[in-house]
Every structure is written in structure tokens, then in C-alpha cells.
Design a binder for this molecule. Structure first.
Ligand code: URA
Length: 441
């Protein structure tokens, strides 16, 4: 078998056999297939797409490319959560401690930023000392002791995805249904959780720009998960604008802490409660979504969710005093406001452009090797439907140099559309996809 023929076959629109998929995944993981051939295949998949069976084969080949974790040493039903990626999506930082505080063990492997979207691991590294790399023994023992661990996709977990994820990020091949489904599900399957709650984003800040493709992606992933015996459900949620207000690593950590204190933005709270309630259902701690939400709301009120975040930070070597005093977290040196040039109502926000502004400031990676600046980002003050006056601030830029701040300012100004008439706020949760079917809200 030759990689050249596999690329050519996909380029010409044929389905790859499971042997061809295995050849590619195994060869690329071992370093025998160079990045340029893998990039060519990714681009061919991007344009020609993959069928359901091909996607499922790719997922399993990627899951098998490294260790398949056995979490049976952790007591209870292990429930994982994964988002397909968005702008300002810091829900894991809110949901994971809350769900752990409710008694469901959270053994979570998270990713770094991809394209214009952020990643939980980069955000956690904004907390001084927080160690995202641990071996499996430490990971399991942390979950058993504190009920929660969040680790980077370390060691040998789905190494094929780790390499492909980084390659897709720099070859404009991220936003493809099969590549996203296989990337997400290979990690989830290899990381050993019993049940998986997916947050599939839709809108301008998501990889899936319209609801129809988001529901299709959700269905594909839910079927893959349930097909291999992992109970899987997906919520399809709005990403037509940044989630919450903060975009950028440390800024997002601060907003997550505020949300755990009961003071965060409403949309972030709502989505966190909805995802968390599904996790409690799977974990056997709630009988209904309503009960799940109630339990989580109580954990916010009592401060127990925030306490769990502190325990997580301490257990992973971080400075937990930053959670009580967020002024200790690294700040950018420059803050400038983006003023509205018009009055009216916010009609739309190109959320991916807000993500790109954060990238320009240094919050994300331009190449696989880029170092990121954890302190920079954007805080939006106006969301879709909000009234804005001329000269009022749309957003504040947090930067470490004036040149990138000016560039970000232009991007943000262009990302906002202001209209004269009243605009409705977008629906936050569009529907749920389960093994049994799809319910649109
Ligand atoms: N999240 C992932 O883990 N992989 C993708 O491809 C996109 C989002």
C-alpha cells in the first residue's frame, strides 16, 4: 500500500477502506508518513468528505493509535464532556468543578486552542503553577482523591489525533464534519469515560456555521459513541456570538470563576447548567434535567463548586489563592476600548472574527510551534440584541503591544453589525441529540 494511492483515491472521491484508513493513521502516528502527505490527504477529505462508516473507521483507528485508558479504578460512572469548539467557550471550567462537587467523578482530557477557538488546557495554564501534564496513575489518583482531574491529551492517548489536530490547525482543514467527529470521539473513546456529553456549537464562531450541519455532526458523534457502548448525548448550542463576554485565556478563567460565584454572564451560566444536568443524569445523581439544574444551582449558591475548582487547582500544583483573588492572575499591559461608530442595536457579531482578533493579540497559535500570550484577549460588552449608543464601548481589548491592539480594533469594529431596529437575542440551546432521536427546542 502506498500513501500516494490513498491520497489519489480520496482526491478522486472514493471511499477509503478500513485497511487504507489504518495504514494512514498508523503510518502517520509512527512518523513514517510525512506532514506534506498527511496534509494532502486532509485537504482531499475536506473537499470530498467521508461516509459514515469511513468516519467511524477513522475514529477507531485514531482511538487505537495509542493507549486505551482503563478508568475502572475510579469508582462511579465517569462522565466526560467535550465541546466542538467556540469563541469564549469556557464552560468546562464551570461545569467540571460543579459536576464533581455533585459527586460525579470527572476525569477529563482537554485540548489546546484550535484555529480561532480556544482550548481548556491553554486557559488552565493561565493559573500560575497549574500542571496539565500527568501520567495515568496520577490522573486516576487525583480523580479518586478530589473527584476531578483535567489533563492535556498527554502521553500516548490518541496520538494520531494529537498530531493531526495540530496539522489541521495550520492547513485550513479544521472545519470538516468527519475530521471533527473522529477527532472528538477518538479522544473520548480512548480516554475511557463511561458516558459522554457533547456540546456541538453552531454559528459564526463555530466550525459548523449552520444548525443543519451542527445537528448532522451531533448525530454522527452520538451514533459513533453509542455504537461502541459509550452512552453519548449532544446538545446543539448557539455560537453566533462569543459565549459570555471574555475571549482569551486568563480573561476566560476570571469569567469562569465569576460564574462559579454566581456573578457570571447569563448565557454561560445557562449552557453550563444544561450540560452539567446531562452529566448528572448519566452519573446517576439526578433523575431529571430539572433536578440536575437545581443541584448545580445550589452548588453555585453554597460556593461548593468554587471550592471544588480550588481543590482541582491545588491538586495539580496551581496557586489556588488566585481563585479568591483574581488580581494575582497575569494581566495585559494595554487596555483600549472599541467604540461604536453608530447607535442602534447589535444585529450580529462575527464571532470567528472576535476569535481572530484574540489570535492577532497573541492568544492563539499561528503555527504548531507558536507560543501563546495567556494574558491578552477581548472582553465584549455588547451582545446581539443589546442597545448601543454612538461612542459607547463595544469591547475592551487587552493587549501587550499597540500594533496588535490596533489591528484587533479594526477586526472587532468590522465584526459588529449595528442596525436601527430592535433585534431578538439568539436561542441559546437549539436541541438535543440522543441515541433515541433528535429534539429541536
Ligand atoms: N475539538 C476537537 O477535539 N477536535 C476538533 O476537530 C474540533 C474540536
Amino acid at each position: 500500500m502506498r500513501m500516494y494511492d490513498i491520497i489519489k483515491s480520496k482526491r478522486d472521491g472514493h471511499e477509503l477502506t478500513d485497511k487504507e484508513v489504518d495504514f494512514f493513521v498508523e503510518g502517520y502516528t509512527r512518523g513514517e508518513i510525512p506532514d506534506y502527505q498527511a496534509s494532502a490527504l486532509l485537504m482531499a477529505i475536506y473537499f470530498q468528505k467521508m461516509g459514515k462508516e469511513e468516519t467511524s473507521n477513522l475514529t477507531m483507528a485514531m482511538a487505537r493509535s495509542g493507549d486505551m485508558l482503563d478508568l475502572s479504578l475510579i469508582k462511579g460512572t465517569k462522565v466526560d464532556k467535550h465541546s466542538t469548539g467556540g469563541v469564549g467557550d469556557k464552560t468546562t471550567l464551570v461545569v467540571a468543578p460543579l459536576v464533581a462537587a455533585a459527586g460525579v467523578p470527572v476525569a477529563k482530557m482537554s485540548g489546546r486552542g484550535l484555529g480561532h477557538t480556544g482550548g481548556t488546557i491553554d486557559k488552565l495554564e493561565g493559573i500560575p503553577g497549574f500542571d496539565v501534564s500527568m501520567n495515568i496513575e496520577e490522573f486516576i489518583s487525583n480523580v479518586n482523591e478530589t473527584g476531578i482531574a483535567i489533563s492535556a491529551q498527554t502521553g500516548n492517548l490518541a496520538p494520531a489525533d494529537k498530531k493531526l489536530y495540530a496539522l489541521r490547525d495550520v492547513t485550513a482543514t479544521v472545519d470538516n464534519m468527519s475530521l471533527i467527529a473522529s477527532s472528538v470521539m477518538s479522544k473520548k473513546i480512548a480516554s475511557g469515560a463511561d458516558a459522554i456529553v457533547l456540546d456541538v456549537k453552531t454559528g459564526s464562531g463555530a466550525f459548523m456555521k449552520d444548525d443543519e450541519s451542527a445537528f448532522e455532526l451531533a448525530r454522527e458523534m452520538v451514533d459513533i459513541g453509542n455504537g461502541v457502548g459509550r452512552r453519548t448525548v449532544a446538545l446543539v448550542t448557539d455560537m453566533s456570538q462569543p459565549l459570555g463576554n471574555a475571549v482569551g485565556n486568563v480573561l476566560e478563567v476570571i469569567e469562569a470563576i465569576e460564574t462559579l460565584r454566581g456573578e457570571g454572564p447569563q448565557d454561560l451560566r445557562e449552557i453550563s447548567l444544561a450540560l452539567g444536568a446531562q452529566m448528572l443524569l448519566f452519573g446517576g445523581k439526578a433523575e431529571s434535567v430539572e433536578e440536575g439544574r437545581y443541584i448545580l444551582e445550589e452548588l453555585i449558591l453554597s460556593g461548593k463548586g468554587l471550592e471544588k475548582l480550588k481543590e482541582l487547582v491545588e491538586a495539580q500544583g496551581g496557586d489556588a489563592s488566585c481563585i479568591d483573588d483574581t488580581s494575582k492572575l497575569k494581566k495585559a499591559s494595554i487596555q483600549i476600548d472599541v467604540m461604536s461608530e453608530k447607535e442602534g442595536y447589535v444585529a450580529s457579531i462575527q464571532a470567528d472574527e472576535i476569535g481572530r482578533a484574540a489570535l492577532v493579540l497573541g492568544a492563539g497559535r499561528e503555527t504548531k510551534e507558536s507560543e501563546i500570550d495567556l494574558s491578552v484577549g477581548v472582553v465584549v460588552h455588547k451582545k446581539i440584541g443589546d442597545r448601543i449608543e454612538k461612542g459607547e464601548s463595544l469591547a475592551t481589548i487587552h493587549a501587550n503591544d499597540m500594533q496588535s491592539a490596533e489591528e484587533a480594533k479594526q477586526i472587532i469594529t468590522a465584526a459588529y453589525e449595528i442596525s436601527g431596529g430592535i433585534v431578538e437575542k439568539p436561542q441559546l440551546i437549539k436541541g438535543i441529540v440522543t441515541r433515541e432521536g433528535t429534539i429541536m427546542f
